[in-house]
Design a protein around this ligand. Structure first.
Ligand code: UFG
Length: 333
């Protein structure tokens, strides 16, 4: 299959491209490199022995997308490209709505023009919003969010659902990710955000590398066993394999299907810090600080639908996640 991967030079995208190439698919990456580096394409080639096609473009640029579809027989699209910083989205809602909605809709319009009918969407557990009990199940109805970033995921899920109603031969798989962490075992690919990281694991990596002084744990007084927030952390390679499975499922499916990709259990920030220290034989300086606005105390996935429909389940341990994250962070520091 020829798979167009938007945002394919990014953290989850690049790991997914590796799995696609290893499974024998042809890959065309479209990435504007606004939050990724061109050398990722070389690294993917080093890992897989195959060079994906690469086009530096914004997928909201309709003319550029039409040129790409005209020059390539694209069988399916995996759409990662998006702005993704929750806090920034609160400060710049218009740019998040404009960018994320435009790129998804442009991609759909161009797919329609060229008869491409398989779409795998990078959604998020954030669509379960603040009011659902966990573990989160796909059939939960209160789909909402607490940030403009999260609302773009809710809205694109809605757009895809309506599009599938209007086009019964189209297939949209909405993959709702929990908290991906870790890195490729080669140490060549990982989560390396520009500037000071917002997410926990890249922050921990920079503290471990001595680039940041200490970790601040946001809140120690939550109603959880140790007072810190609990999340469903999953290895990014497991998440990437989930995309491959979703693509295989999509090949024989029409309609819309939301699927959680998580391990099905939660661990706390403190537990993750302790696991990182143990896996990498080091001490991490940290302090407990105030809560971060918008954080939920705890949530994790009901991961049974992914197992039933895709035959997918997470296989990596928290130790694997911590070891690979540090292997990447120390090489990139
Ligand atoms: N945390 C800290 N210190 C930090 C960074 C994070 O204590 O420096 C804590 C947070 O308070 C939270 C946990 O670590 O309890 C995880 O935080 P992340 O920022 O890594 O992840 P979130 O759960 O906040 O957000 C993730 C994705 C979002 C997605 C959201 C809901 O990054 O894209 O899950 O699914 F919207």
């Amino acid at each position: 299959m020829v798979v167009l991967v938007t945002g394919g030079a990014g953290y989850i995208g690049s790991h997914t491209v590796v799995e696609l190439l290893n499974a024998g698919h042809e890959v065309l990456i479209v990435d504007d490199l606004s939050n990724a580096k061109a050398e990722v394409v070389d690294r993917i080639e080093t890992i897989t022995g195959k060079r994906p096609r690469f086009c530096q473009a914004d997928c909201a640029d309709k003319t550029a997308m039409e040129q790409i579809f005209a020059a390539n027989q694209v069988d399916a699209v995996i759409h990662f490209a998006a702005l993704k910083a929750v806090g920034e989205s609160v400060k710049k809602p218009l740019s998040y709505y404009r960018n994320n909605l435009d790129s998804a809709m442009t991609m759909l319009e161009v797919m329609e023009e060229f008869g491409c009918k398989k779409f795998v969407f990078s959604s998020s557990a954030t669509v379960y919003g603040p009011n659902n009990p966990y573990p989160y199940k796909e059939e939960m109805k209160a789909i909402e969010s607490s940030s403009p970033y999260g609302w773009t995921k809710v809205m694109i899920e809605r757009i895809l659902t309506d599009y599938c109603t209007a086009h019964p031969d189209f297939c949209a798989i909405l993959l709702r990710y929990f908290n991906p962490i870790g890195a490729h075992e080669s140490g060549l690919l990982g989560d390396d955000p520009n500037g000071i990281p917002n997410n926990l694991m890249p922050y921990i990596g920079r503290v471990a590398a001595g680039k940041l002084e200490k970790l601040t744990i946001f809140g120690g007084d939550y109603d959880t066993p140790d007072g810190t927030c609990q999340r469903d952390y999953l290895h990014v390679v497991d998440l990437a394999v989930g995309h491959l499975k979703a693509l295989e499922f999509a090949a024989g499916f029409t309609g819309v299907e939301a699927i959680n990709l998580g391990t099905g259990s939660g661990i706390s920030v403190l537990e993750l810090v302790t696991a990182f220290e143990k896996a990498n034989s080091m001490k991490l300086p940290y302090v407990i600080g105030p809560r971060r606005d918008g954080d939920l105390p705890a949530f994790w996935a009901d991961a049974s639908k992914a197992k039933e429909l895709l035959g997918w389940e997470a296989t990596h341990t928290v130790e694997d996640m911590c070891r690979s994250a540090w292997n990447f962070a120390k090489k990139s520091s």
